[in-house]
Structure formats: structure tokens, C-alpha cells
Design a protein around this ligand. Structure first.
Ligand SMILES: C[S@@+](CC[C@H](N)C(=O)[O-])C[C@H]1O[C@@H](n2cnc3c(N)ncnc32)[C@H](O)[C@@H]1O
Length: 275
């Protein structure tokens, strides 16, 4: 777990999205999605965009699609859940260069081989297990152009398996982990690690060129997530993997939220008092 079935029951439910302000609530730590895009996502993808054809895996209600759509000639979005694709279609109805697909949680068969310049997924594949990630990587090796790049945010919770013995029921045990060690898995996959990603990518014919291990609202600063960038092994981007352990990922969120409080919110009270 989280299984594909759990990812359907969680994300194909309008109540889930209502309670999360259509996903914008996940950006609260940074102030809003725009701040998170500017401070978190954009600096980490800037080398690869704009790109001719972008593939976004698991867009949800389009929190990042909203920006990716303006960085390419063609955007293909693929999500496991009909509800998410439906919402994206409504939200981006005037953008005629987006193709939408509902998949089975593993397949990219709707994407032509050798067609993708940049594949992207943020804040979604952290919830998929290793078999799903392996399926996506195997197919991405075929879908990417020779110099294409995949930028994928995934779980690294598996690297804590040994620390927090993985026997029994995780839902019960994780309560103990939280109490004793402050450890929260945040519905992350326990079968994924940064090393596992690198091995799967290599098996698929891709080379991993950077991995940033990051904390995510966990105290102490467990590195529960990873952003991995991979490319075909003969691409112009190919180079030995470089790894960064970034335990300050959320510090930037607090700083960013501070800036947003200062510059982002209109001083309505003051304005109306003067008017
Ligand atoms: C937490 S939401 C995040 C959505 C979006 N990336 C964002 O940051 O707002 C997770 C999304 O992943 C999708 N998803 C989960 N498992 C998937 C899979 N195996 N393949 C494709 N989409 C998946 C869900 O349907 C949902 O849209």
C-alpha cells in the first residue's frame, strides 16, 4: 500500500478534493500554488523547459498543469482517475494543445514512442508502489525522445524500513512511529527508495542524473521523498548521478510563506480604511 485501488478510492472522490481546495491546500506551507511553483518547481526544472512536448503523469486537478501548459507546444496529461481528467478538461477548456487520458495506473500506451521532450510528475507518484514506478520507467524509456528528460517526484520512505520495522499493519505501527519518533509516512509508498529508482531506471535503459532527497513536513527532518531526474543513457544530458540530501526543503516553505504574508496578501483593511 498505497495500492492503485486505494489511489482510486482516495482521488476519484469529489469530497477529497473539496476538502483540499482542489489541491491548492497542499501549497499552504508556501503561501499558494504560485509561490510553490516559483520557489520549488521552476528552479528545479528550468534547464529542461520550455519543451516541445511535455507529458504530465497524475495531474490531479491541474495544480502544475496550469503552468506546464504555457511551457510547451503540446501537453499530454495522464491520470488514473476520471474525475481528475474531467476537472482538468473543464479548467483548461480554452487550451486546445492539451491531450487528456485516463489510464489504469500503469500504462502510457496512449503516448507515441520517442515523442516526449520532458516528462513531469510532482506530488503524486510519492503515493505509488515500486511496481507502478517500474512500469512507468520502463515505458518512459520508450516514450522519451533521445534527448528527453523525466523529472519525477517519488517516495523514499522505503529507506526507513529498517529503522521502523516493517512488519504488521503499518496504519497501526505508523501511529507508534509518530508518537515515538515523529515519523509520518504521509501516505507514501514503503517500497520506493532513491536507490530503487536508480536501479529501475537503469534496467529500463535510462540513466539517473540527479536525485534530491527531501523532507516533507516531518520533524525530525526525515528524507521521505526524492526528486529524481533521468534521461536515455546516450542523451546529451547523460552524466553520473549526483545526490543531494536536502533537509532544509521545508525551511524554504516557511521563508516563502513569510514573503507571501509580507508581499502577497492585499492589505484590504488598510485600503478600505483609507477609501
Ligand atoms: C495528491 S494528488 C496530486 C495531484 C497533482 N500532482 C498536484 O500536485 O496537485 C495525486 C494524483 O495522482 C493520481 N494518481 C495516483 N496514482 C496514480 C497512478 N498510478 N497513475 C496515474 N495517476 C495516479 C491521482 O488520481 C491524483 O490525481
Amino acid at each position: 500500500m498505497p495500492t492503485i485501488r486505494e489511489n482510486i478510492s482516495t482521488w476519484n472522490n469529489p469530497a477529497t478534493w473539496d476538502s483540499l481546495d482542489s489541491g491548492d491546500a497542499w501549497s499552504t506551507s508556501w503561501g499558494n500554488p504560485n509561490n510553490q511553483w516559483l520557489r520549488v518547481v521552476l528552479p528545479r526544472i528550468q534547464r529542461y523547459i520550455p519543451a516541445g512536448r511535455i507529458l504530465e503523469i497524475a495531474p490531479g486537478f491541474g495544480r502544475w498543469t496550469n503552468y506546464l501548459k504555457d511551457l510547451c507546444n503540446k501537453l499530454i496529461v495522464v491520470d488514473l482517475n476520471e474525475l481528475c481528467i474531467q476537472k482538468c478538461k473543464e479548467r483548461f477548456s480554452t487550451d486546445t494543445h492539451i491531450d487528456y487520458y485516463v489510464n489504469d495506473g500503469k500504462s502510457l500506451s496512449m503516448v507515441p514512442d520517442g515523442s516526449i521532450d520532458f516528462a513531469f510528475s510532482f506530488d503524486s507518484l510519492v503515493h505509488v508502489e515500486a511496481d507502478v514506478m517500474e512500469a512507468y520507467l520502463t515505458q518512459l524509456a520508450k516514450k522519451l525522445k533521445p534527448d528527453g528528460v523525466a523529472w519525477l517526484h517519488h517516495s523514499n520512505v522505503g529507506s526507513y524500513r529498517r529503522l521502523f520495522l516493517d512488519r504488521g499493519n503499518f496504519h497501526v505501527l505508523s501511529y507508534g512511529f509518530t508518537k515515538l519518533f515523529g515519523f509520518q509516512s504521509h501516505f507514501r509508498s514503503w517500497s520506493m527508495t532513491a536507490e530503487g529508482f536508480e536501479a529501475m531506471a537503469q534496467k529500463a535503459g535510462l540513466i539517473t542524473i540527479s536525485q534530491e532527497l527531501i523532507n516533507w513536513e516531518t520533524k525530525p527532518r526525515y528524507l521521505i521523498d526524492c526528486i529524481s531526474v533521468c534521461t536515455p543513457k546516450n542523451s546529451i544530458w547523460a552524466m553520473p548521478n549526483r545526490k543531494l540530501q536536502n533537509r532544509r526543503f521545508m525551511d524554504d516553505a516557511n521563508y516563502s510563506n513569510g514573503l507571501y504574508s509580507l508581499y502577497g496578501k492585499p492589505q484590504l483593511k488598510y485600503k478600505s480604511a483609507k477609501a
